[in-house]
Design a protein around this ligand. Structure first.
Ligand code: SF4
Length: 410
């Protein structure tokens, strides 16, 4: 029997799919959906829209007669309904995923498991990838008003440090040089184990073969002196993604965030002065975002040394406090606000790249006559070359700054 894994959502889900793949013993993995007898849908439920995409996908493939199993965050919110409607033959929660080999031999089960465990699987190889994603924790103790994640992933708990080190050692020995630490709330790492993200990083940096470590995302309130001391370490990527979500103090209060704009700005300035590119998440159009508050946010964001932005227009997620908040922001207004923030950060990004500095690039892929990778500042780099560069590290001294990225000949 051939199994196809369809993954929706974030990196945590991508990692969970890898865990399931490495736990499959009696099945073959299909690279394409059409070659499969069984489809495992690793779902996302972050917004009502995400739920809709999963439901549409399941509706589409039910017609093909394949057996469908549902897992991931959507198992907790939509599992019961899809199972009741017989759209899926089995539903299992995160904690059950390492049992996937046995579960796929069964039908008619609904096993959500618990939201306290963290799997112990060590993934030794990420097929076709030059960078490895390492899940270091699961769950979140924050309760941002718009977010369903803590209810479907549970409270924050950290992976055992020795297991993480073992995993990275193994991947580094297999030729991986770049590691991206991921999780639901990466910066909370270690709180439940009497350690910290900084301590973990320090140990990871000592592993032979580790050239660059990126941190998926970190909260401003989680950056302490111990973390700041690591900024000059040679293996730290010169880019941090620090989740602001908004730059109006009132909006941050409405969103039940723990960060404060004036402190965030000080922090960003401090880190940027150490040669870092800085990215953030930002939500436009959350309920309560009046024109006045948005303008205040724009005025503030102009002051931030931002180089990257992961922008979202607010999307309702039933079951969260924000879902019933008023006044709502009309979709077209939110879209315009999105463009305003996007333009500001795009200009800041180009200004950052115009101050040219040598780039260290890990070449990830080759497409349309260019090699492609990211530099240490997490900017895209397109390289023209007659050499076979895929999977290699290259140092770029001369390059041209274009809107979509840096261009070089090597
Ligand atoms: S920090 Fe906030 S937005 Fe992020 S997962 Fe936790 S509750 Fe959700």
């Amino acid at each position: 029997m051939r199994v196809y894994f369809k993954t929706f959502g974030c990196r945590t889900n991508l990692f969970d799919t890898q865990v399931m793949m490495s736990s499959l013993k009696d099945f073959t993995i299909a690279q394409k959906e059409e070659d499969a007898d069984i489809v495992v849908v690793n779902s996302c439920t972050v917004t009502n829209g995400a739920d809709g995409s999963v439901r549409n996908y399941i509706n589409k493939i039910t017609k093909s007669g394949k057996k469908i199993y549902l897992t991931g965050c959507g198992a907790f919110t939509k599992g019961e309904q899809l199972f009741g409607q017989k759209k899926v033959v089995g539903v299992f929660g995160h904690s059950e995923k390492t049992k996937v080999n046995e579960l796929l031999k069964k039908e008619n089960f609904f096993e959500l498991g618990d939201l306290k465990s963290i799997d112990k699987t060590i993934v030794g190889e990420f097929v076709g990838k030059s960078r490895a994603f390492i899940k270091i924790q699961e769950g979140c103790d924050f309760r941002c008003s718009y977010c369903i994640i803590p209810y479907v992933r549970g409270d924050a708990r950290s992976q055992d440090e020795e297991l993480i080190l073992e995993q990275v050692r193994r991947l580094a020995a297999n030729g991986f040089g770049e590691f991206i630490l991921t999780g639901t709330n990466v910066g909370s790492y270690g709180k439940d184990r009497g350690t910290s993200l900084a301590k973990l990083l320090r140990r990871l940096g000592l592993i032979r073969g580790v050239r660059r470590i990126r941190i998926g995302s970190i909260e401003p309130v989680q950056i302490d002196e111990e973390f700041l001391e690591l900024l000059d370490a040679p293996w730290m990527a010169r880019h941090l993604h620090i989740a602001l979500q908004h730059t109006s103090p009132k909006m941050l209060a409405i969103m039940n965030r723990r960060n404060e704009v004036h402190k965030d700005l000080e922090l960003f300035e401090k880190i940027a002065a150490r040669g870092y590119a800085l990215g953030s998440d930002f939500i436009v159009g959350h309920p309560g975002e009046t024109q006045e508050l948005f303008e205040e946010a724009v005025e503030n964001i102009q002051k931030f040394p931002l180089t990257h932005i992961h922008l979202f227009t607010y999307s309702k997620r039933d079951g969260t406090p924000s879902a019933s908040m008023k006044p709502e922001v009309p979709g077209n207004v939110a879209k315009e606000r999105y463009k305003v923030i996007q333009k500001i950060v795009q200009e800041k990004n180009e200004a950052f790249r115009a101050k040219k500095r040598p780039l260290q690039v890990l070449v990830e892929s080759q497409k349309d006559g260019h090699y492609f990778g990211h530099d240490q500042f997490f900017n895209p780099v397109f390289i023209q070359s007659d050499l076979d560069l895929k999977g290699n590290w290259v140092e770029i001294a001369e390059y041209e700054v274009k809107k979509e990225g840096n261009f070089a000949i090597f």
